[in-house]
Design a protein around this ligand. Structure first.
Ligand code: ADP
Ligand code: MG
Length: 499
């Protein structure tokens, strides 16, 4: 008997078809896995059910009735709750205040604090979560915050809970608690939609699984009828268009970056590798493997990092962004909105930002030089903008990303670290960014490419390093690249388990 059914759900974002006619059913009390690579559309589907986004097309039914969760409150009233990856509460309010927000116990018009605390404690006891209700949410670990979100969901009598990659930031111990809790939810007849890209969890927890790839539903099957091998193929099975980048036909130059035993407590351990001029070095791994953290440490953003980083044989002082910049390192971060661009500035200002010190003479920016610099680099990248004075936040993701790249080109760095450079950009801009990275390598730039998209990292890189849970677990030469080889290292699957 199907409890939730999705019919032909379609969702577009500017430049991306995030979901393309997805249809499947979930039984009451079942645990249904949604699995797929980054960007496959998993969170989008969960958010549509939970009222965070509205589908452009299609229908959802709950217990045979069409529903329209137009916002999270309506979804809650329908008995649907979502445990988000990102912070979902007011960080400065206490656990008790957050848990009772919708239903504050009052007595003759006064907030009854002791009853509120009691109520919150009872909600947490329900899931055996030992959390101090008087602490502000902002002080909790992600794992604790997730538990509070689950308690809140149960407290509002949710019948359906969507969990979006709940274990991606949990410790092993916290994950175990979560798994026990899921079993408990199942006993209570609660239906769970479990978003993950960790195969082991799916086999441990779920009854049925839907695999998404690029917004399309590849399969919906009973977990008992499928296996790892099959799911991996379904997740990544698109054809790898392998054209060989031009830089591959040139011998790489001298070593420009050497990283020795770089570690940061709780993030990554003893990472060592080297990178040569004109080389694109891929960095593969699942989300949370520590790749971005390594990039940030190299760029001087991690005060706790230990180990050694050499640029052109000269040791770099760690935890110092200015030293990294002066040594010629550029970083195009994963979250370009937060770190890569200043959205309120226009294209010209963003492009010249990183090079301002070079354009400035006795405190004044030399505007004509700025203009020509910006023009040169945005032309090279074929940025489509109505004017250089247009604000960045009106541009498409692909054009924003090109401006973010132009920023580093303007600085003329010789080591460029790019973190998920094509995440959220449309197909055309993606091809241009790929071409550009190849061109930069041909010009002698050393590129460290972090990407969760296997075809991307396999196409562009000369070598690929694989990280898993904060450790470098393997290095592959181009001749040995295959999705199966990479997945095996990334997921820690036994050799032979993946065909
Ligand atoms: P997953 O959770 O499987 O990693 P998402 O559902 O987050 O994938 O994303 C699917 C696609 O939709 C991606 O291309 C992503 O960049 C895009 N996308 C998701 N949310 C938004 C948004 N709010 N605005 C624009 N694009 C988005
Ligand atoms: Mg997601």
């Amino acid at each position: 008997m199907s409890f939730i059914s999705f019919h032909d759900i379609t969702k577009r974002f500017p430049g991306v078809l995030a979901l393309d006619g997805v249809s499947f059913e979930v039984a009451r009390g079942g645990c249904h896995a949604l699995i797929g690579e980054n960007g496959a559309g998993k969170s989008t589907l969960g958010k549509i059910l939970a009222g965070v986004y509205t589908a452009d097309d299609g229908e959802i039914q709950l217990a045979g009735q069409p529903i329209h969760p137009a916002n999270p409150l309506i979804a809650r009233q329908l008995g649907i709750a979502m445990v988000h990856q990102e912070l979902a509460f007011c960080p400065n309010l206490t656990v008790a205040e957050n848990l009772c927000l919708g239903d504050l116990p009052a007595h003759a018009g006064w907030l009854d604090r002791s009853r509120m605390r009691q109520q919150a404690r009872a909600m947490l006891d329900e899931i055996e979560a030992d959390i101090d209700v008087d602490r502000p949410i902002g002080e909790l670990s992600t794992g604790q915050e997730q538990l509070v979100q689950i308690a809140a969901a149960l407290g509002t009598q949710a019948q359906v809970i969507v969990m979006d990659e709940p274990t991606s930031s949990l410790s092993a111990h916290e994950s175990e608690h979560l798994f026990k809790l899921l079993a408990h939810l199942k006993e209570r007849g609660i239906t769970v939609i479990y978003v993950s890209h960790r195969l082991e969890e799916i086999f441990q927890l779920c009854d049925t699984v839907t695999v998404l790839r690029d917004g399309r539903q590849v399969a919906t099957e009973r977990v008992a009828d499928t296996n790892r091998d099959r799911i991996i193929h379904q997740m990544i099975g698109r054809e790898v268009v392998s054209h060989t980048p031009k830089n591959m036909s040139r011998p790489p130059g001298d070593e420009v970056l050497r990283v020795e035993n770089l570690s940061s407590p709780g993030k990554f351990n003893n990472v060592s590798f080297s990178l040569r001029a004109g080389e694109v070095l891929g960095f593969a791994g699942l989300v949370g493997a520590g790749r971005s953290e390594v990039a940030q440490a190299i760029f001087g953003l991690d005060d706790a990092a230990t180990g050694k980083v050499f640029v052109h044989g000269k040791e770099l002082s760690l935890g110092d962004v200015n030293a990294a910049l002066a040594a010629g390192i550029g970083l195009l971060p994963e979250d370009r909105k937060r770190l890569g661009l200043v959205l309120k500035m226009n294209c010209r200002e963003n492009t010249s930002l990183a090079a301002l010190d070079r354009l400035t003479r006795s405190g004044f920016v030399r505007r004509s030089e700025e203009q020509s610099l910006v023009q040169r680099h945005t032309e090279r990248l074929q940025v489509r903008t109505p004017s250089f004075e247009a604000p960045i936040d009106g541009l498409s993701g692909g054009n924003q990303q090109k401006i973010a790249l132009a920023k580093w080109l303007a600085r003329e760095c010789d080591i460029l670290i790019v973190d998920e450079p094509t995440r959220g950009v449309d197909v055309g801009a993606k091809a241009e960014i790929h071409r550009l990275l190849d061109e930069l390598a041909c010009q002698g730039l050393a590129v460290l490419l972090i990407s969760s998209e296997l075809p991307e990292v396999m196409n562009l890189s000369r070598r690929i390093l694989v990280m898993r849970e904060g450790e470098l677990v393997g290095e592959l030469e181009r001749a040995d690249f295959s999705q199966a080889n990479l997945m095996r290292l990334m997921a820690g699957v036994e050799a032979g388990a993946v065909g």
